[in-house]
Write a new protein. Structure first.
Length: 453
């Protein structure tokens, strides 16, 4: 207990200290990109939030819904990867604002059709427009943050997706009930266009004090370092990089499977109310806030307290604990939640699932960027994000198709099995890495002492 308190107070002190160093201009830019990415995520998920009502009204069946969602997921996967590389050559401010404006416009146009083909086509374009979002924000944050601020600000801004997930289902349910699903998505799209125009006026690529000569000097410094001479093709062969990407894929599949289909699972097979399903999704994203902060601050704290242990080992160990939590709670949700379960139980379970999914998601992105030299760290993140978005793609039509052949409970049990596979891989990988660490340093260490020593 004393140890846990020391971690909490240290993290809080670190957060306040870091935030105190942020200037007014930085705060304005960080707040702007926070709101922008909140709308990116909300518009991208807005159609998924309307699924239970569309199914209840008999407008679309599960296969049609899965096709529409997967079209967006496929486009988002390809676009995010392409924009990760494009971001090295194009202004991140322009990418951010143009992407957000197009996200809003395609969502508005999407609501004007009834054909499944046209709905899939425009939702595909919406996925394309979503691609530049986090890539451009990541570049802006890195340019405006000092190294000691970057991790903290990254963690804070990344919770914008949790804010969208927390407020989104409830707001969507209320708007759809009163105005209909088309007007609901149109309102979200219009807000995205307005915020895009605001960000174009406020956000800057980098502080004006940085000169071209300084950037050239930084480039020369990087070129002198032999470890930076790694091509983009060689990234996949870095030790542990591909394994982390596959774990990222699996965790993203579980995350988006829960976000996209748990509400329908709760309403159709658990016979809970639509409002209870919306509240469950909101509790997942509230847990995501906590999970993201815990993963970021605990890993930084452990790294500072154990400088002799490689950072990837510490971060991977924390991911292991989060995955174990996720597997246990997701199994409980799938098997033991029923019509008689109380709202409090649903809220706690959703909260813990959010902690278990968003904690690893936050760490996988950090580990990807740390595994590569600075000059290609963005590409490394783009590659890992491609795996993540492939998981998002699998959570759409493929998972809905499996549920149509079997049922939702069996589909969610398959997600539990996937978490077990990830835990098994992490245990084996950490065992090998800790054995290598013992041979190199002569120190005994295991997955428990890495965190609690």
């Amino acid at each position: 207990m004393q140890y846990q308190r020391s971690i909490t107070f240290c993290s809080l002190e670190q957060l306040l200290s870091t935030m105190g160093k942020i200037s007014r201009q930085q705060l304005m830019i960080f707040s702007s990109v926070y709101v922008a990415y909140t709308l990116y995520v909300y518009v991208r998920r807005s159609f998924s939030y309307t699924i239970p009502i569309l199914v209840t009204e008999g407008r679309l069946d599960k296969k049609q819904l899965g096709l529409i969602i997967s079209s967006q997921s496929l486009a988002y996967t390809l676009s995010k990867f392409g924009c990760g590389i494009l971001g090295d050559f194009v202004s991140p401010r322009i990418l951010l604002c143009v992407g957000l404006a197009c996200t809003g416009l395609t969502a508005i146009i999407f609501t004007g059709f009834d054909s499944v083909f046209l709905l899939s086509f425009w939702w595909f374009l919406n996925g394309v427009a979503n691609g530049p979002g986090w890539t451009s924000i990541g570049r802006i944050l890195k340019a405006w943050c000092s190294p000691e601020q970057f991790g903290t600000v990254w963690s804070v801004v990344s919770t914008s997706m949790n804010l969208a997930g927390t407020v989104g289902p409830i707001v969507t349910t209320l708007l759809v009930t009163k105005l209909g699903w088309r007007y609901c998505i149109q309102i979200a799209g219009s807000a995205a266009v307005v915020v895009a125009l605001f960000c174009f006026a406020v956000v800057k690529d980098r502080p004006g004090s940085e000169t071209v000569n300084q950037r050239k000097n930084d480039k020369k410094k990087d070129d002198k370092e032999p470890e930076t001479n790694i091509s983009r093709k060689e990234l996949l062969f870095l030790p542990g990089f591909l394994g982390n990407c596959c774990c990222y894929l699996g965790t993203a599949l579980v995350q988006h499977g829960v976000l996209q289909w748990s509400q329908l699972f709760i309403v159709q097979e658990k016979h809970q109310s639509l409002l209870t399903g919306s509240g469950f999704l909101s509790s997942v994203d509230i847990g995501g806030f906590v999970g993201s902060f815990l993963a970021g601050y605990l890993s930084d704290y452990m790294v500072s307290k154990n400088p002799s242990i490689p950072r990837p080992v510490i971060r991977k160990t924390l991911v292991l604990y989060f995955e174990i939590l996720l597997g246990c709670v997701l199994y409980f949700f799938t098997v033991h939640i029923s019509e008689a379960s109380s709202s409090a139980t649903m809220t706690v379970v959703g909260f813990l699932i959010g902690v278990g999914t968003y904690g690893p998601i936050a760490m996988f992105g950090v580990m990807a960027m740390e595994s590569a030299p600075d000059k290609i760290a963005g590409t490394a993140h783009a590659i890992s994000s491609m795996f993540s978005n492939f998981g998002l793609l699998l959570a759409g039509f493929p998972l809905s198709y499996v549920s149509s052949l079997l049922d939702w409970q069996t589909s969610f049990l398959l997600l539990v099995t996937l978490v077990i596979v990830i835990v098994s891989y992490l245990l084996l990988k950490l065992k090998a890495e800790l054995s290598s660490f013992k041979l190199a340093s002569g120190k005994r260490c295991n997955v428990f002492t890495v965190v609690f020593h």
